[in-house]
Design a protein around this ligand. Sequence first.
Ligand code: X8Z
Ligand code: ZN
Length: 610
Amino acid sequence: MKQSMTSLFRRPVGVILLGLALAIGALTGLELEARADSVSEQADQFLTLMNAGYQALYRVNSIAQWDASTDVKPEHDAARETAGRAYAAFNGNPAVITEARALLSQSSHLTDLQIRQLRQVLLNAAEGPMTNPDLVQRRIAVETAESSVLNGFQFKLEGSNVLANDLDRILVHSTDLGARKAAWDASKRTGPALKPGLVELQGLRNGVARELGHSNYFALQVAAYGMTDAEMVALNEGFLRDLRPLYLQLHTWAKYKLAERYHQPVPNRIPAHWINNRWSQEWGGLVEAASLDSYFTNRTPESITKTAEQFYVGLGFDKLPETFWARSDLFPAVPGSGRLKNSHASCWHIDLDHDIRSLMSVESNPWWFYTAHHELGHGYYFLAYTRPEVPPLLRIGANPAFHEGIGEQIALAAGQIPYLKSVGVLPAAYQEDRVATLLETALSHGIPFLFWASGTMTHWEYDLYAKDLASSDYNARWWKYVADYQGVEPPSGPGSRGEEFCDAATKTHIIDNPAYYYSYAIATVQKFQIHDYIARNILHQPPQSCNYSGNRDVGDFLRKFLSAGATKDWRVLLKEATGEDLSTRAMRDYFQPLTQWLEEQNKGRKIGWD
Ligand code: X8Z
Ligand code: ZN
């Protein structure tokens, strides 16, 4: 997802700036206090103003960021920076902070909805507190410059320009280890270009968070869950503890399989370029009997996004607004067009109303099929909570993991064989190999992903912000976690990725969506819980092989918690929806049939890497 903000230079410049000036002027006076005859009325007046200013500037900021991400050029970067400053000038205004704090100190006179909005005002302020304008402006400038480097990076392979999709294609299909290593190496070249900015951002982001009393930037992000940073790390470690036995079996099976594929001795840890993903975060494509590649070769990229929309429409959701199709940027930039765009998929709630857009580079293959369903999940969540009962300040997920989880869960459902047959992606005669499907699901969007997300990403970013990780240790720490949590090593062996590289910075989120990645881990756990509930209690079908297609009861069930946005506590929403607290129970149940099969396959093999 993209929480964002822009085009101050397009239409509404005068209106926005005038409104902004009036709003700030109004806040700095004490008129509010004089006029309001009760705390609650005072809060209502303040929140009316905040919601209006926030929504207007959110839109301005989003459009500037959208332009900068879809067409990288200096004038778009300049507009993004200016819009970012205007957004911070309003949301981080010291008068806003003082007023929100004063109101919250009298919370016994406030409603739950008012308290939630006021807390959100303070979280928004903490991203750009104008109690320290210099810090905020430097953060915005460095983030703009870093995104520009990342989004405009020209990958090269043997001297030729290539796109990220081209590198991914080699990692997915090539069996030539030399070509695989070249693609992997090429994908890591953004790291050194991004490292100096990341070093600056480490200090600037922590500085910004500390300005309003958060202990570090990681803690500020985790505050969206109502948790401390240490609690978040402990939650993620719990996931890893629960799933470690299954991961060790999968890791063992995978390394034997890969050694056979590449005619190599079986390694202890898996060399990163043997795996189909630049960061070894997903291990798809290892199970030939479950490969769906051939069923996508005759489809168009357009049909991929339309099929994804159809999934949601079948559950009773509206078609996407016409503006979604007119304004989104869904396909790779045309080679030679000179346009460079962000290659990472995202979905944007531009105006916190009905202007929703997705930025993707869709090609016709199973990975983009999955990702299109993921992105539209964000889009349908935006639309579900865009209603008068949910004020703009609370038009966000119940927590960030809810936002990631919905599309993840729909993508899980859209990958199930009975569904794929019912919509004609697979022929009616397709014979499912149940173990193969389950193994592919575990490898591609389940278990290794958690060891990357809860393990490597969460721990490295925790160290970066909460432990002020020294820049001389960035890469060593990165590969220590890759080795310890994922059981993966660099292509040229341990110790071959010195500090002249910065492999963490090659991951989009480290630059663009910092201290957020545990949200995907929680989303992964939660998607199995919600899917489990739907399969057992609404569809009465096995969770591993079911079909949501056309089921309005499933749509009604989802809409109930999606439409709440952040007006309710996420723990309450999850419990109300599934009857359970957050737990790996459903995930373990889902893959339970694999355990015995894996143990048989791995008989006599050394399990794990230590
Ligand atoms: O970043 C994403 C989405 C955008 S919200 C495509 N995902 C994570 C990643 O690519 O690393 C989806 C799953 C994990
Ligand atoms: Zn997402």
